[in-house]
Design a binder for this molecule. Structure first.
Ligand code: DGT
Ligand code: CA
Ligand code: ZN
Length: 585
């Protein structure tokens, strides 16, 4: 156990004693002890072994024994018993701003013993009326409770990305920082992140960590040690208040490559990579790759992979789903290779977008303009069909009007084309919401489920497979209807849907709305192996949402897809030809 960890426990003990209403002298003895331990020069374990704690001011005989117990066994029964004797609710209350042990005791004595009771009491104004509390404290408690409710919840990638990028830029500007990168799930581009991980190298770790802890968006410093700082951030992203943890680790520049690999993860990937090092009698940890005699000098992450005879593995693939085997340079002939992952620049247009005709916020013209600004060659419009009245679905007359409008606009464009599509509803029995003669008038058709989510898996699978097999359906929209962190998808057997799509030659969408991000990346590889082209669609309901396609590229990359596996990388001519061929019986 490090000095910091021991000091933290001694501080905890002081707080617990105060909560129990113990003699303040006793609690203070632990606080002083914590400070003394933190300021000790040298290695705590060594000092304990040598009996050097005997003459340290602030550490009496009881404390000395307890510290020895912590250092040698990692445990302290006295601490465990103390923790167990204090109600959980009291400990949680301590995390609220402006609430110390004394106030917690007062609340407990008033019969308010957990956070829920506390919230109710505040809402009724009872806490303000208590002696020593008042309006202001009550307000602060309510705000603190709202904050606590958000701490520890996962955050979507579109919200974590701008926060992480800003923080990364800040870290790069701190004095003595040599280099810094995002790590963790955010670097691997997972759909949601528990926290933001940043690794940096620099000479003055202390100053770097201090600068990090003093950022204005930091709401709370959770931990501040010699090499790591953990904070809780609060920021507004797109009008939403986001609360998320962030960890910064500082290493030396020699350690940086190994540290970056380690903290990028995933954990499962790290375990496999370490196993590979061990298999050759080497060792690998967050600081170094060691061949048993010395740390192998590494300048970049790629050097670490090369030293282990591996091709560079992009962060998105580091999930222990076969990437290490595919990167292996020692197996000959190579049974598999890493894919050349699709990139954002490969995308030439997108197909599932809405306008003011149905529930979008921008007109056809505005959407077309924005698509051209993004450098797209084509933009597909796919508004909702008639039965989806909540989304102002279009009657056959209205949608024919839209098609005429598109034709008129297209006459004005050079080097760009609006494509005529629709997002037709898959009705409860798998039939489509427009008649076939109307569907045949579009360049392509996206079919999606928007209603009757409660069907059994069997019914839902049948329903979707029927739509997928329809000769006029070009692609299946959002495959399971999930809303990340809010709603599970509907029950459906995706393997059967993929099978049906493969047989019928129907494409499958990667819906790039950051709340959806499905077809889930786990299934992309399977779709690819079945020869199903995937289509990245932002499902944009406004000009700004067109940009969401980049999150679809993240999903595709995590799903091992190359440019050729994704339909949107094709030119306008190829796309139009593919749509026509698809329709031939
Ligand atoms: P998250 O935060 O849940 O979205 O996902 P990660 O992957 O960012 O996980 P996190 O923040 O707990 O840890 C960051 C990286 O640190 C993780 O991807 C791999 C590494 N790591 C953490 N704990 C362990 C561990 O127990 N063993 C190994 N080998 N690596 C670990
Ligand atoms: Ca993380
Ligand atoms: Zn849509």
């Amino acid at each position: 156990m490090t000095k910091e960890e021991v000091a933290e426990i001694l501080d905890d003990i002081a707080t617990l004693l105060e909560l129990q209403g113990e003699n303040p002298f006793r609690a203070n003895a632990y606080r002083n002890g914590a400070r003394a331990v933190k300021n000790l020069p040298g290695d705590l374990g060594e000092m304990v072994r040598q009996g050097q704690l005997t003459h340290v001011p602030g550490i009496g005989s009881t404390l000395r024994e307890q510290i020895a117990s912590l250092v040698t066994t990692g445990r302290l029964p006295f601490y465990d018993e103390l923790k167990a004797s204090v109600p959980q609710g009291a400990l949680q209350m301590l995390r609220l701003p402006g609430i110390g042990p004394k106030k917690v005791r007062a609340l407990q004595q008033a019969g308010i013993t957990d956070l829920e009771q506390l919230q109710q009491a505040c809402q009724k104004g009872q806490v303000a009326a208590m002696k020593g509390f008042g309006e202001k404290t009550q307000q602060k408690i309510l705000e603190g409770l709202a904050f606590l409710g958000e701490v520890g919840q996962r955050v979507r990638i579109d919200q974590a990305t701008p926060i992480g990028q800003r923080l990364l830029q800040a870290v790069r500007s701190f004095p003595t920082v040599i280099r810094a990168e995002l790590a963790g799930s955010l670097r691997r581009r997972r759909e949601t992140c528990k926290d933001i991980d940043i690794v940096c190298s620099g000479d003055d770790a202390h100053a770097i960590l201090q600068a990090f802890a003093s950022r204005s968006e930091v709401r709370q410093v959770v931990g501040l040690g010699d090499t790591k700082c953990s904070v809780i951030l609060e920021e507004v992203v797109d009008g939403h208040r986001i609360v998320i943890n962030a960890d910064l680790r500082v290493v030396t520049d020699e350690q940086f490559p190994a540290a970056l690999v380690y903290f990028t993860g995933s954990k499962e990937f790290n375990i496999q990579l370490r196993r590979r090092a061990l298999a050759r009698g080497w060792s690998l940890n967050e600081y170094e790759l060691n061949d048993g005699r010395r740390a192998i000098p590494l300048r970049h992450e790629a050097d670490l992979f090369a030293a282990l005879d591996l091709d560079f593995i992009p962060p998105e693939l580091r999930e222990d789903t076969g990437e290490i085997d595919a990167a292996d340079r020692t197996t000959a002939p190579r049974s598999a290779r890493l894919p050349r992952l699709i990139e954002v620049q490969d995308i030439r247009g997108v197909f599932h977008n809405h306008t003011t005709y149905s529930d979008g916020a921008a007109t056809l013209e505005e959407m077309a303009h924005a698509a051209r600004q993004l450098g797209f060659e084509y933009l597909g419009i796919a508004d909702h069909s008639q039965s989806l009245t909540v989304a102002r679905g279009l009657s056959p007359e209205r949608v024919r009007q839209q098609l005429a409008d598109i034709d008129a606009l297209n006459r004005k464009f050079r080097g760009f084309k609006l494509l005529k599509g629709c997002e037709v509803d898959i009705l409860v029995d798998g039939r489509l919401d427009y008649p076939d003669d109307l569907l045949a008038e579009f360049d392509y058709v996206v079919a999606s489920v928007h209603t009757h989510f409660g069907l059994s898996e069997e019914q839902m699978t049948e329903r979707i497979c029927r739509a997928v097999r329809h000769p006029l359906v070009s692609m299946l929209g959002h495959a399971t209807g999930r809303l990340l962190l809010r709603r599970e998808g509907y029950r459906v057997n995706l393997d059967r849907v993929l099978q049906a799509a493969s047989e019928a030659g129907t494409m499958i969408e990667i819906n790039a709305q950051p709340t959806r991000l499905e077809l889930d990346w786990h299934y992309c590889k399977r779709a690819k192996s079945l020869g199903i082209p995937l289509v990245i669609n932002p499902d944009a309901h406004s000009v700004g949402e067109l940009n969401y396609y980049v999150y679809g590229v993240d999903v595709a990359r995590r799903g091992w897809l190359e440019a050729d596996d994704v339909f949107n990388t094709r030119s306008l001519q190829e796309v139009q030809k593919a749509f026509r061929t698809q329709r031939k019986p």
